[in-house]
Design a protein around this ligand. Sequence first.
Ligand SMILES: Nc1nc2c(ncn2[C@@H]2O[C@H](COP(=O)(O)OP(=O)(O)O)[C@@H](O)[C@H]2O)c(=O)[nH]1
Ligand SMILES: [Mg+2]
Length: 192
Amino acid sequence: MFINMKDRQLNLKVVYYGPALSGKTTNLERIHAKTDPSRRGELVSLKTAEDRTLFFDFLQLELGKINGLTPKIQLYTVPGQSYYQASRKVVLKGADGVVFVADSSPRRLQENMESWNSLHTHLEELNIPIHHLPLVFQFNKQDLENALAPSILTRAFQTGSYPTFSASALEGRGVFDTLKAIINGVVSSIRN
Ligand SMILES: Nc1nc2c(ncn2[C@@H]2O[C@H](COP(=O)(O)OP(=O)(O)O)[C@@H](O)[C@H]2O)c(=O)[nH]1
Ligand SMILES: [Mg+2]
């Protein structure tokens, strides 16, 4: 969080985290495509030649005023490939909230779990207590014929009290439900 008192702006950072290819970039592309251009910036993507996220994607949204401040939500994604450990940690720094984008494909369960564990490790290293951080789960790729049911994923991740959303970022389902939930979580944690 960063408050610029002069411009009465409140900058909030939300990070889309998850294994490689779970659909994090697709979420931001959907949000970008469906948000009024007057309320959003450009989608900035740093990609490799194979269209993979190299460092992060970035999208800024503007919300209605809160207590006289204009909140700007900055959405980031992390690169999922294991050799980008260090950049994942850098992107997480200063996060006010996290969306964990899980891949519902049964073949990706192991990668999901590794990514979920690495999130815990990074937050610990950054001294961010995970239980104080607003976090929302998205079970993406629910359109796949063999997608794992949300009840199975809920159990696998032991999501506890975290909000969970079924989604197909590809079809545009669940993307804004997820976004609204994390924004609500972040805004109410700041109010406290
Ligand atoms: N079937 C299906 N494919 C998806 C969905 N979301 C993303 N994808 C595909 O998964 C691949 C990786 O998506 P991307 O957003 O680049 O993943 P990232 O590595 O997490 O940023 C792309 O081919 C997407 O089109 C989804 O909801 N359903
Ligand atoms: Mg990506």
